[in-house]
Design a protein around this ligand. Structure first.
Ligand code: MG
Length: 260
């Protein structure tokens, strides 16, 4: 069932969205070679708790941390821990904050040091896929319009579009209806209407889109070990067009470059 939010509820959701973005930005600023991924987790958790909010991911389905930290061939749901970031890594960070009973969910792939040229192309195209998807998030369109826009742009560059993981509705809980795939056909799927809030989150690979879950039960990596990127914002569909809820004082976008 798709929950339609009232305008006042969407305003409330901006608080969770802003905090989620702030945590993401702080983590990005700390990304540099030699940093432990567990340190990044601590930064996000303290930013979120400092604002008397709850790190949405911690304990969600048993997930053990406040962020997902997925490095290189890891696409999503990486568990932060004893891994040291290395020069040239690309690091996908996903943060979620719950406050006032609402969830904000967003993700960004950062460069650790200087990335390869192919990593830069992958990240820039994946971020453009997110923007292309958001542009389709208007009343009267269908969920398939979002997926088609993301898929067409990614595949034009020869990149893979994950099938096994998709975007989702967001509200009082992190995962609501509808599912928002990054592939699809125009005019298909549930019709979008004002008051729907969805996380649009392209997960794009340099090679094949097949993925597998590691032995820890969480971390998802590409089977061919090609690089992957992941950009996400939480969007409200309104009569005036898409409104990005995961926006802080600096806006809805982060620097691609970690450590700044
Ligand atoms: Mg999400």
């Amino acid at each position: 069932m798709i929950h339609i939010k009232k305008p006042a509820e969407i305003e409330e959701m901006k608080v969770a969205g802003a905090l989620s973005k702030m945590a993401l930005r702080r983590v990005g600023a700390a990304i540099r070679p030699g940093v432990l991924t567990s340190e990044l987790d601590g930064i996000a958790e303290s930013v979120i708790r400092m604002h008397r909010a709850i790190p949405t991911f911690k304990g969600y389905g048993g997930f053990p941390a406040s962020i997902c930290c997925s490095v290189n061939d890891e696409v999503v749901h990486g568990i932060p821990g004893a891994r040291l970031l290395e020069e040239g890594d690309i690091v996908s960070i996903d943060t979620g904050a719950t406050i006032g009973g609402w969830v904000g969910d967003n993700a960004w792939t950062f460069y650790c040091g200087t990335p390869s040229r192919e990593a830069v192309e992958l990240c820039e195209v994946t971020c453009d896929c997110l923007k292309a998807g958001i542009a389709k998030a208007v009343p009267g369109n269908h969920v398939g319009d979002i997926g088609a826009a993301v898929q067409e742009l990614a595949e034009r560059h020869g990149f893979g579009v994950l099938r096994d993981y998709v975007g989702h509705g967001v509200g009082h809980v992190m995962h609501e209806d509808p599912s928002v795939p990054n592939y699809g056909k125009r005019g298909r799927g549930p019709k979008l209407q004002a008051g729907m809030v969805i996380a649009i989150e392209p997960m794009i690979t340099l090679g094949d889109y097949e993925v597998e879950v590691q032995g820890n039960g969480w971390t998802v990596n590409t089977v061919d070990h090609s690089l992957a990127a992941h950009y996400e914002n939480t969007i409200a569909i309104t009569k005036d067009g898409p409104v990005i809820l995961t926006t802080d004082d600096e806006g809805p976008w982060c620097s691609m470059q970690g450590g700044v």
